[in-house]
Design a protein around this ligand. Structure first.
Ligand SMILES: CC(C)(COP(=O)(O)OP(=O)(O)OC[C@H]1O[C@@H](n2cnc3c(N)ncnc32)[C@H](O)[C@@H]1OP(=O)(O)O)[C@@H](O)C(=O)NCCC(=O)NCCS
Length: 190
């Protein structure tokens, strides 16, 4: 099984057949926007942003990600046999001490279970390793147990930290992390 990251084989075990992961340039902002709106409609409780919030964004808002913001990292879109099938992004939030944080992870329902998500995680981890980052973090909503277990199988563990979900403060975002130290590989970081 082969997954391609920007044209290079990621070689990740479990990666899906015909999956490509490409970094999204600003010129593809509409593709990113359309997938994001699809993701928010499909999985309304999985993210801090709601579909209603995203629909109010202007072209300038969407494009601003690529304006050299200090919190903005690479965005990735995965394709299966040439069709967009998933998305994710890395950001560097000030309240996470600018450490890399996974956001917007989503695979189209028809493409799930084929290694698309794993290929996108592999692309993010490869980026963090290239940048010499010792740790990669993410937040998962406390009732999204299937995603939480999936991240655990990848090597993330809960840090013990949490905060209320922006779009629904009755829920918690649980922080998870994976250590990228060469000796620790996929052991989780506290
Ligand atoms: C979580 C999510 C991104 C995973 O994406 P994916 O492309 O299905 O991920 P993969 O195919 O790499 O892995 C899915 C796992 O479920 C298993 N699986 C088997 N059949 C499956 C199916 N029909 N659907 C989903 N997963 C299936 C796969 O074998 C794999 O197991 P593994 O972890 O042991 O490798 C996807 O389910 C999703 O978009 N969920 C909704 C949004 C969401 O919750 N995002 C996370 C926000 S923090």
């Amino acid at each position: 099984m082969t997954a391609m990251v920007n044209g290079e084989s990621s070689g990740g075990e479990g990666s899906g057949v015909g999956v490509r992961v490409n970094e999204v340039p600003e010129s593809d902002w509409e593709l990113w926007r359309d997938l994001r709106l699809e993701a928010l409609a499909d999985s309304p409780t999985a993210f801090g942003e709601t579909l209603a919030m995203a629909r109010t964004k202007t072209e300038e808002d969407w494009r601003s990600w690529w304006d050299g913001r200090p919190d903005a990292g690479p965005r990735y879109i995965a394709s299966v046999d040439g069709s967009p099938a998933g998305m994710c992004s890395i950001c560097f939030p000030e309240d996470h001490d600018r450490r890399p944080l996974l956001i917007s992870m989503w695979t189209s329902p028809k493409a799930r279970g084929r290694g698309v998500g794993r290929a996108m995680l592999d692309a993010c981890v490869a980026y963090c390793r290239r940048e010499g980052r010792p740790q990669f973090r993410l937040g998962v909503v406390d009732d999204n147990l299937s995603a939480l277990r999936w991240y655990e199988r990848y090597g993330f563990t809960l840090t013990g930290g949490s905060e209320p979900l922006f779009s629904d403060p009755s829920k918690l975002v649980l922080w998870m992390a994976v250590s990228l130290d060469s000796e620790a590989e996929t052991e989780a970081a506290a």
